[in-house]
Design a protein around this ligand. Structure first.
Ligand code: NAG
Ligand code: NAG
Ligand code: NAG
Ligand code: NAG
Ligand code: FE2
Length: 404
């Protein structure tokens, strides 16, 4: 009765059950796409509906397929004096997609209303050396600091020329802040891009501890292992999301599981079909030190000891470098440091020249190229250009930006 009462009261208005924060992601199956959304309250019968379309601007009158969603309800761990808020998230799968086809979709229900129509392209079935295009960044917050970046991301994704977006850890600062409202605000901000392209996330240090349930439940990555790590293929690339946090959180069992996953995954993926190996995780293995200041963007930078590019980078390297080097990884992408830096191919802190290389090119790498891209918008701890670049640092930039 309560639910009915609310819904009749709220015709034409937002109700507690109005679906929002819609985002999609690739799954372990190339013919399916997961969709995740939120509402203030769960509602029975929530589903996703989808249907093939000819172009993204085609308006759909009816949907050919539907699948029921599964609600997950979890308490925000930050206990307020009045009431501990529960977060309601719904997950569903669009299945039996024809690769490369365009689809329109919406989520909701007849009783409580539907979202607008969204659309996406099912994972392409690439032939030969067609290019995969990814938008990549770590460290994206909420509010004024991300307006410029969001405008640019919306422009970039308007043409649907990308395969996916990678958000390489540190999401919303933090997903659980203000009883989880920051997570809601963040997911509303990225909906225009994340409802259109698979929004692939990795775990950053801001998704640990009490934030972890938000990270696990508000996203649905491949692999069925709480979004901790996973892999997928796109175009000619095998891509692995690894996790730099278990070693910092002292989670040795989890770390041991991750190493087993990495060893099996690297051994078993199809190296003929996917000659490129790209990995991403949150914290850098290489970056030029003294990048980080304690200052906000608007303040004068104050240099300080920066462990992220020194002892912490050494630590990440000691655990992961050999695993990726031995597997012939081409590129290791990280974030965490709020700047952009590109390093030439390197192993054990020594440059390993490519067959051909200049500042912007490496052809025939013999060790991974390292890229730090953590500057889409987070005023706190803004990182100026390092005054002490590593000898193999090829480019640095402290302006707002994303990587393509
Ligand atoms: C819709 O998209 C198609 C192809 O993507 C394009 O040719 C057509 O001009 C678009 N129509 C409108 C009204 O934008
Ligand atoms: C995910 O893992 C759980 C147990 O860890 C298992 O019960 C479930 O069936 C798995 N789901 C899929 C889709 O593999
Ligand atoms: C970084 O800054 C600290 C404090 O100013 C200084 O002691 C240290 O030598 C610097 N490190 C590098 C590599 O420049
Ligand atoms: C790596 O090389 C840089 C510069 O060549 C040096 O300052 C740094 O101490 C080295 N780090 C380790 C762990 O050897
Ligand atoms: Fe971080």
């Amino acid at each position: 009765m309560w639910a009915f009462f609310i819904s009749t009261l709220s015709i034409g208005l937002c109700s507690l059950y109005t679906p929002e924060q819609v985002h999609i992601a690739w799954t372990d199956n190339d013919q399916s796409m997961s969709v995740t959304w939120g509402a203030d309250e769960s509602s029975v019968g929530s589903m996703v509906q989808w249907t093939p379309i000819q172009s993204h601007n085609q308006t759909v009158k009816s949907y050919a397929y539907s699948a029921l969603g599964t609600w997950i309800v979890f308490p925000n761990m930050q206990v307020s004096k009045i009431l501990q808020r529960h977060i309601h998230v719904c997950k569903a799968y669009m299945t039996n997609l024809i690769q490369g086809n365009l689809y329109a979709y919406r989520v909701g229900s007849d009783i409580y209303g539907w979202t607008d129509q969204f659309s996406f392209q099912a994972k392409k079935n690439y032939q030969n050396n067609q290019m995969t295009r990814l938008l990549v960044y770590g460290d994206l917050g909420i509010g004024d600091q991300i307006i410029a970046t969001m405008q640019r991301l919306i422009e970039e994704t308007n043409t649907y020329e990308y395969d996916a977006i990678i958000h390489n850890g540190d999401i919303a600062y933090d997903l659980d802040t203000n009883q989880g409202k920051y997570g809601d605000i963040f997911l509303r901000s990225v909906e225009p891009i994340a409802s259109r392209l698979p929004y692939m996330v990795s775990q950053g240090n801001h998704e640990s501890g009490p934030v972890l349930p938000h990270y696990i439940n508000r996203f649905q990555m491949p692999g069925n292992i709480s979004n901790f790590w996973y892999s997928y293929n796109t175009g000619m690339a095998h891509i692995i999301a690894f996790n730099t946090e278990p070693i910092f959180d002292g989670l040795n069992d989890l770390q041991a599981q991750q190493m087993v996953f990495l060893q099996n995954d690297l051994k078993n993926y199809d190296k003929q079909k996917y000659p490129w190996l790209i990995v991403y995780g949150h914290r850098p293995m290489y970056c030029s030190p003294n990048l980080t200041t304690t200052a906000l963007l608007k303040e004068i930078p104050r240099y300080r000891w920066n462990p992220d590019c020194q002892e912490n980078a050494d630590f990440v390297r000691s655990v992961f470098e050999d695993v990726f080097y031995n597997a012939g990884a081409d590129m290791v992408i990280t974030g965490h440091v709020h700047a952009y830096e590109r390093l030439s191919s390197v192993y054990q802190n020594i440059s390993v020249p490519c067959e051909y290389q200049d500042q912007n090119t490496c052809i025939g790498s013999k060790a991974p190229v390292y890229i730090v891209t953590g500057v889409p918008g987070q005023d706190d701890c803004y990182a100026p250009i390092s005054p002490t670049p590593l000898p193999f640092s090829m480019a640095q930039d402290d302006k707002l930006g994303i990587s393509i």
